[in-house]
Ligand binder design. Sequence first.
Ligand code: URA
Length: 207
Amino acid sequence: MVTVVSHPLVQHKLSLMRDTQTGVKEFRELASEVSLLLAYEAMRDLEIGPVRLSTPLETAEFPMLSGKKLALVAILRAGLIMTDAIVTLVPAAKVGHIGLYRDPQTLKPVAYYNKLPADIAERRVFLTDPMLATGGSASAAIQFLKDAGAQSIKLMSILAAPEGVAVIEKEHPDVEIVVAAIDRELNDHGYIVPGLGDAGDRIYGTK
Ligand code: URA
């Protein structure tokens, strides 16, 4: 299942991210803001339950988060900007990292780094990768999380290609995808078109 967050603020900020005139500082800020807005939607179904507490005026029951604890997992490196932003909303969440590279022979993603919370199986996992392009890395990361015991996973991306969405829907139909937009296509170099370019380069000012 895919949720496209069509809120005007998200769409406006995403358009600014696409613009080649947008520099590193602003791009980073926009990526963080869009991530927060995506998280707002992705976390809409978090469980809440009544907790008894006292305001200065009376004691009563009020809703607080009550379900499984959360884990945010970034696919390196561009996913970091998203987890860094989202952890400000859910400061008790644990944060994991998965680094993948594409094997030049097999063209398959291989994990070169991973560090996940030990209790990942007991947590709701929000996996972040700003660009869901071919879907290869995201699918491998999801499989990696499942192999580590994760049972509840949502994938959060700022921008997706239809090809990437199709891969995740086929290989991981249990994983909900939350995105700001699904663009037209992937080009021959694996870039999302019209897209916003290389998200990692634009976040970190590299080329
Ligand atoms: N990764 C990016 O950063 N941009 C794309 O367009 C595709 C993959």
